[in-house]
Design a protein around this ligand. Structure first.
Ligand code: FMN
Length: 225
């Protein structure tokens, strides 16, 4: 795929085939993605790739905790509820996803089912948990570095016919992720990427999210026009 096609056709995938993802393919994806730039070439990242029983255990425990009403407990600082334009964009994508899935606004059981899918990382066959060296906290710069790595992973996966969704829902409790994946204390858990071969019959996979016009968020300075 040429670069523009890759970037513009990519979208988050939330429904997967049961087909396993070969370890060699994940290895290739990480090989490509690690060419991401990082501050002073610090490469502060670690990737923990989960599948099979450990991933099933993570899904189950994450879901049980959240259903029981546990508070999210992340290694990174949260921003709380989105407000204003950010909230509006959050609502817009939720409407599109629910619309595609035929989930009505007042259909509480189906809405709850969708949330539970999120807590299960949408039953993806693989999850890549991204962490960084805790010694780099407070982490703004290394968070940026992990974002670059993460986007590289998502694009390299898409280029190989794999879909993914970056997700916070699947790792709401960092302590559980740490225990299940045996992540050392000196790493902070940033996010995870649920990945697998897309299930094309899953309606939400066709949803294309919106982006603002450049004129809404880009300024040109010194161009003289
Ligand atoms: C840091 C981060 C966390 C995310 N967490 C979730 C999540 O918990 N659940 C989910 O369904 N999507 C999650 N997403 C996916 C976004 O909703 C998605 O990227 C956005 O709506 C744009 O859609 P697109 O990826 O299809 O272009 C997350 C994305 C990022 C970058």
């Amino acid at each position: 795929m040429d670069f523009e096609t890759l970037v513009t056709t990519r979208r988050s995938v939330r429904g997967f085939q049961a087909r396993p993802v070969p370890r060699t393919v994940i290895e290739e994806i990480i090989e490509v993605a690690k060419r991401a730039p990082s501050s002073m070439n610090t490469q502060p990242w670690h990737v923990h790739v989960l599948t099979g029983e450990p991933l099933e255990r993570l899904r189950r425990r994450n879901m049980e905790e959240m259903v029981a009403g546990a508070k999210p407990k992340r290694d990174i600082v949260g921003h709380g509820e989105y407000q204003g334009i950010h909230r509006q964009r959050q609502v817009d994508i939720a409407k599109k996803l629910f619309g595609a899935m035929g989930i009505a606004r007042d259909d509480k059981p189906m809405r709850q089912d969708w949330v539970l899918r999120g807590f299960r990382q949408f039953d993806a066959p693989v999850s890549l948990v991204l962490t960084y060296d805790r010694v780099l906290d407070p982490g703004a710069v290394c968070h940026f570095d992990l974002g670059a790595l993460c986007y590289g992973i998502v694009l390299a996966a898409w280029d190989r016919g794999l879909g993914s969704v970056v997700n916070g829902q699947g790792i709401m409790r960092s302590d559980i992720v740490r225990e299940v994946a045996d992540i050392p204390e000196h790493e902070n858990i940033m996010t995870c990427v649920a990945m697998g071969y897309p299930d094309d019959s899953f309606a939400a996979n066709a949803v294309k999210s919106d982006r603002e016009a450049n004129s809404d968020f880009v300024r040109y300075v010194g161009f003289g026009d």
